[in-house]
Design a binder for this molecule. Structure first.
Ligand SMILES: [Zn+2]
Length: 126
């Protein structure tokens, strides 16, 4: 066997070992290697309404600009995992608002809800 072929064979064995190692560590999802900074995804927990090809194998911190105040923020890999797998969010959805603006919007919606209930109560009384 030539040195070149030996080397190629050696590389193939090394690659197989590396992939086995990744699989054991849970860093190989659906045949895709999870980068060291990323969080592996549990694709069985992702929204089943989306096609399989759309499902990410892992999550990685995402920089974005808030659509309300223009502040730069980060949607972390852990937050994405929670959103897509625990909250069953749509895989088409992504972060558009910073934390402050999300809280502000939530408060505003709550205020509107209370206002509507107040109006209903008034209608019932009158
Ligand atoms: Zn904002």
């Amino acid at each position: 066997m030539s040195d070149k072929r030996k080397k190629r064979k050696f590389n193939a064995i090394r690659e197989r070992r590396r992939l086995n190692q990744l699989r054991e560590e849970g860093r190989l999802v659906n045949g895709e290697e999870v980068p060291s900074r990323a969080v592996p995804a549990d694709q069985s927990q992702q929204d089943p309404n989306n096609s399989y090809s759309l499902r990410p194998a892992y999550y990685i911190d995402l920089d974005f600009t808030c659509c309300d105040c223009g502040k730069a923020d980060v949607w972390t890999a852990e937050q994405q995992k929670w959103y897509y797998e625990t909250a069953k969010g749509s895989l088409y959805a992504t972060a558009i608002r910073c934390r402050d603006c999300r809280i502000r919007l939530k408060d505003l919606k709550e205020e509107q809800r209370q206002h509507m209930e107040e109006m209903k109560r008034r209608d019932a009384d009158g």
